[in-house]
Write a protein that binds this ligand. Structure first.
Ligand code: ZN
Length: 103
C-alpha cells in the first residue's frame, strides 16, 4: 500500500555551461547546473513542489556547490544561462572532492 503523503526528490539537468579556471584544482573545467525538486505526493500523485534547490558541479574536480544567487539560478532554469556568470560569492561549497586549499 502506498503511503498517503510522501516526498519525492526529482533532479533535472539544466542547460548551463560556464568555462572556469578552477580555484581548487587549478585546472580548466566548467560548471554544469541542475535543479532538485522535493515534491509532495498524495497517494503517489505529485501535488506541488515543496522545495527547489539549484546546484552547480565543477567538471574538473567534481565539487558540488549550492547556487545561492536565486536570480541567477532562475535565469539558468529559464534557459537564459548564456547570460549568467557564476562568481564565487554566488556559490556555496557543499561537497568537496578535492581539497580546496593552496598546498
Ligand atoms: Zn577543479
Amino acid at each position: 500500500m502506498l503511503p498517503v503523503f510522501d516526498i519525492k526528490v526529482q533532479r533535472e539537468e539544466l542547460d548551463f555551461y560556464q568555462p572556469i579556471l578552477c580555484d581548487c584544482c587549478h585546472k580548466y573545467g566548467r560548471y554544469e547546473a541542475y535543479v532538485e525538486y522535493s515534491i509532495l505526493r498524495f497517494i503517489g500523485i505529485p501535488c506541488f513542489p515543496v522545495k527547489k534547490r539549484f546546484y552547480a558541479v565543477s567538471t574538473c574536480c567534481n565539487n558540488l556547490y549550492l547556487i545561492k544567487n536565486r536570480e541567477k539560478a532562475l535565469m539558468i532554469e529559464r534557459q537564459q544561462g548564456h547570460n549568467v556568470f557564476l562568481f564565487e560569492k554566488d556559490l556555496e561549497l557543499i561537497v568537496e572532492n578535492y581539497p580546496c586549499t593552496d598546498l
